[in-house]
Design a protein around this ligand. Structure first.
Ligand SMILES: NC(=O)c1ccc[n+]([C@@H]2O[C@H](COP(=O)([O-])OP(=O)(O)OC[C@H]3O[C@@H](n4cnc5c(N)ncnc54)[C@H](O)[C@@H]3O)[C@@H](O)[C@H]2O)c1
Length: 338
């Protein structure tokens, strides 16, 4: 089913151009950057991030020779991330449930960017919903490279119909979008902690997991779970003595990827390219952000802040659930958000 451009894709739309140049990473203690966090919301100006990185030092994790694992890596944001990590000189492990697409995109897009060629690449057909497959891939990665510095749990699918409908759809979307990151952390986490070196676990959430626009219940629930899981993961990691591993929640805006191609013939003006998401992610991790809330070409950080604030105020002010989409609150929300 192709969605016309006029039909809304809630919270996967809108804002101002946030294209950012690729950051350069020097070898500095990641702890330095993490101690000197910038307030949220500054990241929409690309030069702010680059200047901050130069002043404060940068993350050492995205650096030559380090090992990164990306799942959902055959397309979209995962593929753009794998390519960027290759360009930074890292050894790249790509997993995806679509083995043919993974084979093609790893060869065509990632391999040419790898300093060590095929010796720096590992691919695996992995369904992140299946813990045994994720564990087996983890074993292959540690056997091949002996370490993992960055884990990006990125695989995701749309789905989940009305709250009482399509139980198989609910199980599928939760199995991939929520249990994917849980399985990834289960299979890789303790070994990464055990290394005692700086590292990152990046879980891909969604604005729909924060503001819950109606019509995508299963997806919203799965991504709300990813947020809660990742917050708890980061809290746990920072309370482990000597642990230098940190979690990050990546929240893309509207991004033109394989997920969106069934709905749009070409990139809508409001969407970011996946490469922009990846550059923004690296910029924000370099300065120690946990929440990596991406704008897009239509939705600014300020607009996101208002939408998130309104949603939280539903609880605080005892308004109806999802009052942003309730006819009685339409005008008030318009005034609030303008
Ligand atoms: N594109 C957007 O606007 C947008 C917005 C917010 C969040 N996201 C999230 O970003 C992440 C990446 O999505 P994308 O937009 O790049 O989509 P995409 O479809 O281009 O890429 C997703 C990849 O995940 C793979 N995948 C699907 N199920 C899998 C499974 N069970 N095991 C392993 N791999 C699997 C797919 O084969 C595909 O290669 C997802 O978690 C998505 O929910 C995307």
């Amino acid at each position: 089913m192709r969605r016309s451009k006029s039909e809304p894709v809630p919270d996967l739309r809108r804002a101002r151009d946030g294209a950012s140049p690729a950051p350069r990473f020097a070898r500095h203690e990641v702890a330095v950057a993490r101690c000197r966090r910038r307030p949220a919301g500054e990241g929409t100006n690309p030069w702010v991030g680059v200047l901050s990185a130069l002043v404060m030092g940068n993350s050492e994790i995205f650096t030559k020779g380090n090992v990164v694992v990306v799942n959902g890596a055959a397309d979209g944001i995962g593929l753009a991330a794998a390519k960027k990590f290759a360009e930074l000189g890292m050894k790249v492990c790509m997993a995806d449930v679509d083995g043919d697409k993974l084979s093609a995109s790893s060869k065509e897009v990632v391999l040419p960017a790898l300093a060590g060629g095929g010796a720096d690449l590992l691919t695996g057909r992995v369904d992140v919903a299946d813990l045994e497959q994720v564990r087996a891939f983890s074993d292959s990665v540690f056997e091949r490279f002996g370490r993992v510095d960055v884990l990006m749990n990125n695989a995701g699918i749309p789905g989940g119909a009305a709250p009482w409908d399509d139980i198989a759809g609910w199980q599928k979307v939760l199995a991939v979008n929520l249990f994917g990151p849980i399985h990834g952390v289960s299979a890789f986490g303790s070994r990464m902690i055990g290394q005692g070196t700086p590292g990152a676990i990046i879980n891909t959430g969604s604005k729909q997991g924060i503001t819950h626009p109606p019509g995508f219940a299963g997806y919203n629930v799965s991504k709300a779970g990813v947020r809660a899981f990742t917050e708890n993961l980061e809290h746990t990691l920072r309370n482990i003595e000597g642990c230098r591993l940190h979690a990050h929640l990546l929240v893309p805006g509207f991004t033109f990827t394989g997920l969106m191609r069934p709905f749009f013939d070409e990139k809508p003006a409001s969407a970011w390219w996946p490469e922009q998401v990846v550059d923004f992610m690296l910029e924000r991790i370099a300065v120690g952000s946990f929440y990596i809330l991406c704008p897009d070409n239509e939705v600014s950080r300020e607009m996101d802040n208002k939408r998130m604030q309104w949603g939280m105020d539903d609880l605080i002010r005892d308004r109806p659930a999802l009052s942003r989409w309730h006819p009685d609150f339409k005008d008030e929300f318009q005034r609030f958000s303008s």
